[in-house]
Design a protein around this ligand. Structure first.
Ligand code: ADP
Ligand code: MG
Length: 252
């Protein structure tokens, strides 16, 4: 069981140019094993929302509940995947993946076998001894995903994880993520500004307004799983893409 609920979140940042309201009365509920995409224009508060859901940033008002209990700081119940990979450059792929388990005090032999399993799961067999600079962007992000999965979180929070990848690698990573999600059964909240990526991956797409970020709509994605390339060319896929595009455009 892992549900995550945000209730009436507000967040304003103070900056040199004055106050910036990033979130205004944002509420949402994500249920167990659901894959939810959050879509919105740049600067609308998506990262802020994800960081608050993780407990990395406190809201000014409102609360986050995981399985009914308040979220106040990052814990091992949630894994976070960053857009910029954020790997430790002085650690190998395996060392990065083992990091959270070390903090948790998992014994070395157990860490090794868990890391080996995750390296296989994200398709990095043979690369466990490589340092981040020896890996492509797609491979680094696979390490980022494995690292987040290593602590066996119930919820995976992903902030534009494929934004820095080229189109082909990005599509490969989407399929990889769906395969992992189907195997590991996590609740996923996936931030993106790609309409197509949001539809392809998720059970539900949440659309945010430009700053201050509010929830504009929540759309169910009716496509069966497993998803495949053929979904992208369906008429219903284009219709959904068009609908979401129009909604985003009309609030600008
Ligand atoms: N630490 C911060 N200090 C001041 N302003 C911030 C900070 N973080 C984000 N902001 C501002 O809040 C708004 C929302 O940012 P963010 O949540 O990163 O949006 P998104 O992820 O949708 O692009 C932006 O205008 C951004 O400049
Ligand atoms: Mg962001």
């Amino acid at each position: 069981m892992a549900s995550l609920e945000a209730r009436n979140l507000y967040k304003t940042y103070e900056s040199r140019d004055g106050a910036v309201t990033a979130l205004e009365d944002v509420s949402l509920k994500v249920t167990d094993s659901e894959f939810v995409a959050i879509l919105g224009p740049s600067g609308c508060g998506k990262s802020t929302l994800l960081r608050i859901l993780d407990g990395l940033t406190p809201p000014d008002r409102g609360e986050v509940l995981m399985d009914g209990k308040p979220v106040e700081r990052p814990t091992q119940e949630r894994g976070f995947v960053f857009q910029s990979f954020n790997l430790f450059p002085w650690r190998t792929a395996r060392g990065n993946i083992e990091f959270g388990m070390e903090l948790k005090g998992v014994p070395k032999s157990e860490r090794r076998s868990a890391a080996a399993r995750l390296i296989g799961l994200v398709g990095l067999n043979g690369f466990d001894g490589k340092y981040p600079h020896e890996l492509s962007g797609g491979m680094q992000q696979r390490v980022g995903i494995a690292r987040a999965l290593a602590i066996d979180p119930a919820v995976l929070l992903m902030d534009e994880p494929f934004g820095a990848l080229d189109a082909q690698t990005r599509e490969d990573m989407q399929d990889e993520l769906l395969r992992i999600w189907a195997t590991a059964k996590k609740t996923v909240i996936f931030v993106t500004h790609s309409i197509e990526e949001a539809i392809y991956l998720s059970d539900r797409v949440i659309i945010m307004t430009p700053r201050p970020g509010r929830i504009l709509a929540s759309l169910d994605i009716p496509f069966e799983r497993p998803r495949s390339e053929a979904h992208r060319t369906r008429a219903e896929f284009s219709a959904l893409r068009h609908e979401i595009y129009s909604r985003l455009k009309n609030v600008r």
